[in-house]
Design a binder for this molecule. Structure first.
Ligand code: SF4
Length: 336
């Protein structure tokens, strides 16, 4: 049975063979208002009956949630097949939240600094299982959730169509009502899907996890590099930037690994002429293999980046919730 949150209002109208206005009312009741299809207003009984008979309204089960000292809240969801995924609610200015969502159970890409990568891949999530994370977190929140990032468990571009469908439900006025510009999709660098994403012209922000501009080093950190090398990745980023503007590049900083002068120099060479925004972020690795840079190491790297990437915004990102396994790279379905 198709889930009501598997498609936006247009998709729902096609699926049910109803007017768009009716589909909006149905989706609005089930997603925007968090009630049930039968709570849709001004919809004929016959359409309500058909929708209720055709569509699943199943909810995700929150198995566990915990608060980190810095206000980040990690949610653990148990899916109907017993698999677990996580979301992290991120506080912004005490006035609203943004939500980091999972797109798969585990991940096949096995980045060496990431706890999710050590799990391997169990399965893809359906669109409603991503929208459902947002719905359950919203139910639990006093403040509005005004943004969503597909940066939790999984490689979003390995579950491309479902992620795009979920993003459209999240930004639908009858769905999550999140501004499309505040929805980010983060890929480790699946080049054919970046190209497809660019060609399709979606409105969501693209983020690419780069982590090194030196091919051998990147390959050691991110096995995806072996099949889809840096020069192809950078070509795809350049094309996206030409079509859509500045691309955000994430850079997980690991002391003694990728924060030296030669790393900044390689970044400058690789990204020359491409409008990017570099987001360095300190590694969170509870395996003990990697450590984040000290303040002195960060300051030196920041200065080197400023020299080698002149005119490119460099915005260090804070990855919170580390004391509750909620930080970037720590999502592995744990309960402590
Ligand atoms: S960093 Fe992202 S792509 Fe890499 S293993 Fe972790 S979840 Fe997968």
């Amino acid at each position: 049975m198709e889930h009501v949150a598997n498609q936006d209002a247009r998709g729902l109208a096609r699926l049910l063979g109803v007017e768009l206005a009716d589909a909006r009312r149905l989706l609005g009741a089930a997603v925007a208002r968090g009630k049930t299809l039968r709570d849709a207003r001004n919809v004929r009984r016959e359409i309500l009956d058909r929708a209720a008979a055709t569509l699943s309204e199943e909810r995700l089960r929150v198995a566990h949630r915990e608060d980190a000292a810095d206000g980040f809240r990690r949610y653990l969801f148990e899916l109907k097949d017993g698999a677990h995924v996580e979301s992290v609610r991120i506080p912004l200015f005490d006035t609203h939240h943004t939500l980091c969502l999972s797109s798969q159970v585990g991940c096949a890409l096995a980045c060496s600094f990431c706890a999710t990568g050590r799990l391997g891949l169990t399965r893809n999530l359906e669109p409603w299982e991503m929208v459902g994370q947002w719905m359950e977190v919203r139910r639990d929140s006093q403040l509005p959730i005004t943004g969503a990032v597909f940066m939790g468990q999984g490689e979003p571009f390995h579950n491309y169509e479902a992620v795009i469908a979920a993003a459209y439900v999240l930004c639908d006025p009858a769905g999550g009502r999140v501004d499309g510009q505040r929805i980010s999709i983060s890929t480790a660098g699946v080049v054919p899907m970046i190209r497809r994403y660019t060609a399709e012209g979606h409105k969501f922000r693209l983020c690419v996890s780069l982590n090194s501009a030196i091919p051998e080093k990147r390959a050691a950190l991110m096995p995806v590099e072996r099949g889809q090398p840096l020069d192809e990745l950078v070509d795809a980023v350049r094309e996206h930037a030409a079509a859509r503007g500045r691309v955000t590049l994430e850079y997980v900083m690991m002391a003694g690994v990728n924060v030296g002068e030669e790393d900044a120099l390689a970044l400058g060479r690789l990204l020359s002429g491409i409008p990017v925004r570099l987001n360095p972020i300190a590694v969170n690795d509870d395996s003990g293999r990697y450590r984040p840079p000290t303040e002195a190491e960060w300051n030196a790297f920041r200065d080197a980046l400023a020299r080698h990437l002149p005119g490119q915004p460099i915005v260090r990102r804070y990855s919170g919730g580390g004391d509750r396994n909620a930080a970037c790279g720590m999502l592995a379905g744990t309960v402590r």
